[in-house]
Design a binder for this molecule. Structure first.
Ligand SMILES: Nc1ncnc2c1ncn2[C@@H]1O[C@H](COP(=O)(O)OP(=O)(O)OP(=O)(O)O)[C@@H](O)[C@H]1O
Length: 258
């Protein structure tokens, strides 16, 4: 699926939060949404998983306005993994992952073999099969985060929206999660705070600043020294190393003379 954010504006409580945001996620690619605190990343995601209606512009799924679709149709196509809430549910891991099937069969229908297969595959991909019978409340933050990813994968979405999915994860688990996401081949828009991880794992980046797009495109075109200085407030540069990986190097004093 192709995602087009077409001139989205958003006002919350009388405050303009997003202004004329335009971005494209091409089918099967992973785009990282980066930007400083308060730049509007989570708010933009909320307009894409239909939690907030844009005040201006439109969110298009394969050219169709998200808000013109029946709720269930958009719920089947778009899955979101949000920041883990403080109050985990009393459900088990398997029950939470099964919730990912709800948009496909409703709350009252019986679970089909296809549902069970989707749940098992999703749990295996997210590495939570061994936790299936555990109550969510007994898991660590990182384990819960992987369960939320499994729930989203069980949904078999065409668009995956991730809000800081690596938040609670240790360094190995961060790489693993982004490997899983890349291996899905599903169109993905992910808010990532770690620029190194974003640079390494995303096909393209979109840099948000004060509710507008400051830069977008290939990683090295988006993360220029000017953008790193003016938007993120640090002296740094992004470079492709001889092994093909893009890494950031920070100045000895990243905050000097800003
Ligand atoms: N309901 C609201 N009323 C007024 N302002 C709001 C509301 N919700 C969010 N905002 C403001 O919108 C701006 C963008 O918030 P948002 O959470 O989208 O930023 P973010 O880029 O995800 O930030 P962070 O990196 O800190 O998570 C912030 O200044 C926030 O205070």
């Amino acid at each position: 699926m192709r995602l087009d954010v077409a001139g989205v504006g958003l006002t919350l409580g009388g405050t303009p939060v997003l202004d004329d945001v335009r971005l494209v996620v091409r089918p099967g690619t992973v785009v990282g949404l980066v930007g400083p605190n308060g730049s509007g990343k989570s708010s933009l995601l909320r307009t894409i998983y239909r939690s907030l209606r844009p005040s201006a512009g439109a969110v298009l799924l394969d050219g169709t306005d998200l808000w013109s679709l029946p709720v269930r149709a958009s719920a089947q196509r778009v899955a979101a993994v949000l920041q883990d809430g403080a109050n985990p549910s009393a459900l088990t891991v398997a029950e939470v992952v099964e919730l990912g099937r709800t948009p496909h069969h409703g709350l009252v229908s019986r679970t089909t073999p296809a549902d069970r297969e989707a749940v098992e595959t999703a749990m295996a991909r997210a590495g939570v099969t061994g936790l299936a019978a555990r109550p969510m409340a007994s898991l660590s933050g990182g384990e819960r985060q992987r369960v939320h990813l499994a729930r989203a994968l069980a949904q078999r979405p065409e668009l995956l929206v991730l809000d800081e999915p690596t938040n609670h994860l240790d360094i190995r688990a961060r790489f693993e999660l982004l490997e899983v996401v890349r291996g899905l081949g599903v169109t993905t828009l992910a808010v990532l705070h770690e620029l190194d991880l974003a640079a390494r794992s995303c096909d393209q980046l979109v840099v948000l600043n004060r509710g507008t797009v400051a830069a977008a495109g290939e990683v090295l075109l988006a993360l220029t020294p000017e953008i790193l200085r003016e938007v993120f407030g640090v002296h740094a540069k992004a470079e492709r190393h001889s092994d093909g990986v893009i890494r950031l190097t920070y100045a000895a004093d990243p905050l000097a003379d800003l």
